[in-house]
Design a protein around this ligand. Structure first.
Ligand code: GAR
Length: 210
């Protein structure tokens, strides 16, 4: 059984997609052992409670400074002894040690087709605003392993989504979630849980391609 911790900051629709996929048997060999939020009022915490998953909030506001917060965050993750950490809308700059200790064991969902519209400052609605400002016709989502950089780790899965005339950032965000994020994040976890991942030359190959 792959033990998974999910880290969140907001509504938690990606967390919900993961919980539903485990429930429906679309993700197998996996147990969601914990949810960690950096926001006390994140609706994702309610979703965790409703699903009977242990959850904890580690908020920067409760600590003297960044170092104390980082230590507490790492301790919270370690306490669940996870095999995999899933960043599902976790909008926090990660402690270096967390990235190092969970190398090749931490994935992130990003709401664009990386390497476009990724890196510092590109998160949440901002990504979709920039996609529309550039007049893109296609966008999408990416699941990637987390490395020391920002949105720069090896890509596992991507799915393209059409940009339509008249889209607002909110409308586009919803389509990207529905058509891409809520599908490829559970799929990536299932691939990892079932050993369908191959690291080769700094890239990841998966599923039927290996
Ligand atoms: C998702 O769209 C996710 O891709 C994005 O935050 C949203 C969280 O929504 N993550 C990033 O922008 C990371 N750079 P959710 O809480 O409803 O899952």
């Amino acid at each position: 059984m792959l033990k998974v911790v999910v880290m969140v900051s907001g509504g938690g629709t990606n967390l919900q997609a993961i919980l539903d996929a485990v429930q429906d048997g679309k993700i197998t060999n996996t147990e969601i052992v914990g949810v960690i939020s950096n926001k006390k009022d994140a609706y994702a915490l309610t979703r965790a409670q409703q699903a009977g998953i242990p959850s904890v909030c580690v908020s920067l506001k409760d600590y003297e400074g960044r170092e104390d917060f980082n230590r507490a965050l790492l301790k919270a993750v370690d306490s669940f002894e996870p095999d995999l950490v899933v960043l599902a809308g976790f909008l926090v700059i990660l402690p270096e040690l967390l990235v190092k200790n969970y190398k090749n064991r931490m994935i992130n969902i990003h709401p664009a087709l990386l390497p476009s519209f990724g890196g510092k400052g590109y998160y949440g609605l901002k990504v979709h605003e920039e996609v529309l400002a550039r007049g893109c016709k296609v966008t999408g989502a990416t699941v990637h392993f987390v490395d020391e950089g920002c949105d720069s780790g090896p890509i596992l899965l991507q799915k393209a989504v059409e940009v339509k005339h008249g889209d607002t950032p909110e409308v586009l965000q919803r389509r990207v979630m529905e058509e891409a994020e809520w599908k490829i994040l559970p799929q990536a976890i299932d691939f990892i849980a079932n050993g369908k991942i191959l690291f080769e030359g700094g890239h990841v190959f998966l599923g039927d391609s290996i």
